[in-house]
Design a protein. Structure first.
Length: 329
């Protein structure tokens, strides 16, 4: 299987014959379901080819998963970290397999009916609960530096953009300049996920959050960055072009923000800069995916349209800075 040498992995694990399938939907790290016929695991490894500096860090993902799962937060329990690139060609993290449904298609969401509201608010509650954890108490006190987080993020994602250039993206330089001109200091720091959204969460039969996935961009920083990105994703098209916000029963962004504020006790009265930055960050991420696609370094389907998603995000970032929080609310 491309990206995963099953024979070498079998030898490394000391187990029987392995089978694997790659999870659909991923645009960054490659994720596989692996089984020896008795046990099931999930394996995560960096993408093929072009990898942005500081991204796709298996060591960090393994550390945060261990700390969060031990603290009782719904995150997969890590089983093994391998930094020996001779095994499968890249570092990887092996973790427990968690059952659940990932909602990335509007049709199953529609079928939930009024229950979609409870599901989305449960997602918001889970984010607030993450931000309520004391990093020092769970062993993540050295996981990042909350002070100056927003300023560093603006610099970092500009560097990531410069490292992923394969074409001109109108308006993206101007968006970065606007964001850099007025960076909020931010409040008390917390563990931040970095890519928090509905389709990065496994949902159980009772519509509870079984596990939050994809921790590769997690660190200590400004929790409002997670809130803003969650709101941007709520206004982004799903598989058939509709946004989650357009599905009947889905809470609006004002209700989502109010729910987060009530559970976390944090001030969310002005999220415009954060939403603008979230749109910029996501545009840079997708531009990096587009770069890998044009270089022939992606696996799976759906990458041919990623490049088309960048320009609307740039426009969304400018609109947020102009006063429109999220379209489609």
């Amino acid at each position: 299987m491309k990206g995963l040498d099953l024979e070498r992995l079998r030898s490394y694990l000391g187990t029987g014959e392995l089978t694997a399938t790659m999870f659909a939907g991923g645009r960054s790290n490659l994720t596989y379901a692996v089984s020896d016929g008795t046990s099931r695991w999930v394996l995560r490894r960096p993408p093929l080819g072009h990898v942005l500096p500081t991204a796709h860090d298996m060591v960090r993902e393994h550390k945060v998963l261990g700390a969060l799962s031990a603290a009782g937060f719904p995150a997969p329990r890590p089983i093994r970290l391998c930094t020996d690139t001779d095994v499968i060609g890249a570092p990887f993290c092996l973790m427990e397999h968690v059952d659940g449904t990932i909602y990335r298609d509007p049709v199953p969401l529609e079928k939930l009916g009024p229950a979609i509201g409870g599901l989305v608010l449960s997602l918001v509650d889970t984010l607030a609960d993450l931000h309520a954890l004391d990093p020092d108490a769970i062993g993540l006190g050295d996981f990042g530096r909350p002070e100056g987080f927003n300023e560093r993020q603006v610099r970092r994602w500009k560097k990531q953009l410069d490292a992923s250039r394969s074409r001109d993206v109108p308006g993206i330089e101007e968006l970065h300049a606007r964001l850099a001109a007025e960076i909020p200091a931010g409040g008390p720091g917390s563990v931040v996920h970095g890519d928090f959204r509905l389709d990065n969460v496994l949902i159980g039969d009772e519509l509870q959050v079984n596990a939050v996935l994809d921790w590769e961009m997690s660190t200590l920083g400004d929790p409002l960055s997670d809130v803003a990105l969650m709101l941007v994703y709520a206004g982004r098209p799903l598989l058939d072009g509709r946004t989650p916000l357009s599905i009947p029963g889905h809470p609006g962004v004002d209700e989502m923000a109010a729910r987060y504020a009530a559970r976390s006790g944090r001030d969310v009265s002005d999220l415009h800069w954060y939403v603008g930055f979230a749109a910029f960050k996501l545009a840079v991420i997708l531009e990096g995916v587009h770069y890998r696609f044009v270089q022939g370094q992606t696996l799976g389907e759906g990458f041919d349209t990623v490049g088309e998603m960048v320009a609307p995000l740039v426009a969304r970032g400018h609109a947020a800075l102009d006063g429109t929080l999220v379209e489609g609310n």
